[in-house]
Design a protein around this ligand. Structure first.
Ligand SMILES: [Zn+2]
Length: 120
């Protein structure tokens, strides 16, 4: 098994580490609470949840214009979407399941596990 293939190993029923890798370099950090909450959200939604962006290395985060203290840099945030589910509905479910920060964007939501940030 190669190092890359090892990232296909399941973390939860519906997620593996590959889905959270930085898209520019393949590095990854992932807080267990993030993937645990995403799994709960996946079960609430009942459809595949697509991770647009999980971990970002500092270089990639800067290239995207991300906040310097972004939770993506700490493996504590993900940008997600679900085909056939509205952003508003997805945000409401994420809030109910205890995600601390929820950002609403065209076509996806940002969720993170910081305490008590709320929506933006
Ligand atoms: Zn990178």
């Amino acid at each position: 098994m190669t190092a890359g293939e090892m990232n296909d190993f399941p973390l939860t029923k519906n997620f593996n580490l590959r889905e959270f890798q930085c898209t520019c370099c393949g590095q990854v950090k992932l807080h267990p609470l993030l993937v645990q909450r995403l799994q709960l959200l996946r079960e609430r939604v009942g459809k595949p949840l697509v991770v647009n962006s999980g971990y970002r290395c500092p270089r990639h985060n800067a290239a995207l214009g991300g906040a310097p203290q972004s939770y993506h840099l700490r493996g504590m945030a993900a940008d997600i979407r679900v085909a056939g589910v509205s952003i508003a509905q997805l945000a409401t479910w994420a809030e109910d399941l205890g995600f601390g920060g929820i950002g609403i964007y065209p076509g996806f939501i940002h969720v993170d596990i910081r305490p008590g940030k709320g929506r933006w």
